[in-house]
Ligand binder design. Structure first.
Ligand code: GLY
Ligand code: MN
Ligand code: MN
Length: 435
């Protein structure tokens, strides 16, 4: 057990107990039972889908894949983990990790595929619980006010959580280095994925999101979900968006690499996108609105489109006419934590909704930044025919260098994504620290 991390975890849990006590008292509950969840069966089959335990369960235990288990929080009394480890000769029985939470919580091992019996007057139960479980418990199920309050409690990360996010970055970057080498060696998307998994020490069902590994034009498909088995005929570009989990906490890192067969105009765009990412990371500070930062990304992108001669007109016009949105249709970033797109990105601290602006519906983070928030910064530039083609019938068409667009299309796109913690002083770039 690395001592420093365990000390941080104890502090994290003590703070969590105080925060839960405060929220439960305020909402009139004597306790909350958190269910980790369970894997679902494929329809008409006896095989299970892969499984990830509920975020609020992981907040206490970091156990990302532990099914049928529960955490019971009651203000003023020890927090209990009912750890599902039934006798089983078909499967390996889960064992407790060598981590501080096992000593800090009261852990009861056993069989818990039905809810444990708990004696609490005003009880809430949260998670993916069945109606049978709820009626057996006599509890309020997933009360929205409590869920909102607990989500809000995950927005500002503890020192422990930041240490875990940093370690997840370190592990993911090992995979990114191996993936780049595999790309330069001419490997297929599948072989790049296998190289990534091997170097980052993960099986595919453990990654926090499906790794996006796009060679050439596939790099423009934002959530490209396949892995070609065949080596590419030419090595123009790789876009790899791949993460890792450490004690539940996610890394979410994207790198774009030009290959030996890249058009020099594409190769020149890659360091320029790194520079845009750097500028946006440097701007992260408490009190900055993320919507404003997202709009700043569009202004920087407009300038790059003009500098690189993809756009002939002005950078301002490229933004106002929606040209930058056609080159980058996703948001600048999102909150990061136990979930890769972490909770409460579009809700203000007082609980009021903060929907994204109409012009930027994909933006997942619309809050003002605060110290302790972990965010991704992921500017992108893609040649997406489905989004660019409609501009041909607009006035903006005259300002786009269609010949260059066509030349770059087989390279797909570029995204550079780092994981950064907002602090009272300089932002802390967990990706750059581990690169
Ligand atoms: N990997 C998904 C995202 O960057 O949001
Ligand atoms: Mn992301
Ligand atoms: Mn990503």
């Amino acid at each position: 057990m690395p001592d420093a991390l365990e000390t941080l975890q104890r502090q994290h849990l003590a703070a969590l107990e105080r925060r839960y006590a405060d929220r439960l008292d305020a909402l009139g509950y004597d306790g909350v039972l958190i269910y980790s969840g369970h894997p679902t069966l494929h329809y008409g089959d006896d095989q299970h889908a892969s499984f990830q335990s509920y975020g609020h369960f992981q907040h206490w235990t970091g156990q990302a894949g532990l099914a049928h288990s529960w955490v019971l929080v009651r203000p003023g009394r020890p927090t209990v983990c009912f750890f599902h480890a039934p006798d089983d000769f078909w499967h390996l029985v889960p064992s407790l990790p060598d981590e501080a939470w096992v000593e800090h919580l009261e852990v009861i091992t056993g069989r818990f595929d039905t809810a444990p019996e708990v004696k609490v007057d005003r009880l809430a139960v949260i998670g993916d619980v069945s109606p049978q479980m709820v009626s057996a418990l006599g509890a309020d199920c997933n009360p929205p006010a409590l869920l909102k309050a607990l989500d809000e409690g995950r927005v500002r990360k503890s020192e422990y959580e930041i240490a875990c996010l940093s370690e997840a970055n370190r592990m993911a970057l090992r995979g990114h280095r191996a993936a780049r080498e595999a790309f330069l060696a001419g490997d297929s998307e599948l072989d790049i994925q296998l190289a990534y998994l091997k170097a980052s020490r993960q099986r595919e069902s453990e990654v926090p999101y499906g790794n996006i590994i796009g060679l050439g034009a596939h790099g423009a498909v934002l959530h490209y979900q396949h892995y070609d088995h065949l080596s590419p005929a030419s090595r123009r570009s790789l876009l790899i968006d791949a993460g890792c989990r450490y004690r539940g906490y996610c890394a979410d890192i994207t790198r774009s690499w030009p290959g030996p067969d890249a058009d020099p105009a594409f190769a020149a765009l890659v360091p320029a996108m790194h520079e845009i990412k750097q500028q946006l990371v440097a701007a992260l500070a408490p009190g900055i609105g993320f919507v404003e930062l997202h709009e700043q990304m569009h202004r920087l992108l407009g300038a790059l489109l003009v500098d690189s001669e993809l756009v002939i007109g002005s950078a301002e016009a490229a933004v106002t006419q929606g040209v930058t949105r056609a080159f980058c249709p996703h948001g600048l970033g999102h909150l990061l934590g136990i979930q890769v797109h972490d909770v409460a990105g579009r809700i203000a601290a007082d609980g009021s909704p903060l929907p994204p602006p109409n012009a930027h519906p994909a933006l997942r983070l619309t809050r003002e930044l605060e110290a302790g928030m972990a965010v991704t910064i992921e500017p992108g530039l893609y040649i997406t025919p489905m989004l660019l083609e409609p501009l041909k019938s607009e006035p903006a068409a005259r300002e786009i260098n269609w010949k260059l667009v066509e030349r770059l299309a087989p390279h797909g796109g570029i995204r550079i994504e780092d994981n950064v913690v907002v602090t009272q002083t300089q932002p802390r770039n967990l990706t750059a620290e581990n690169e």
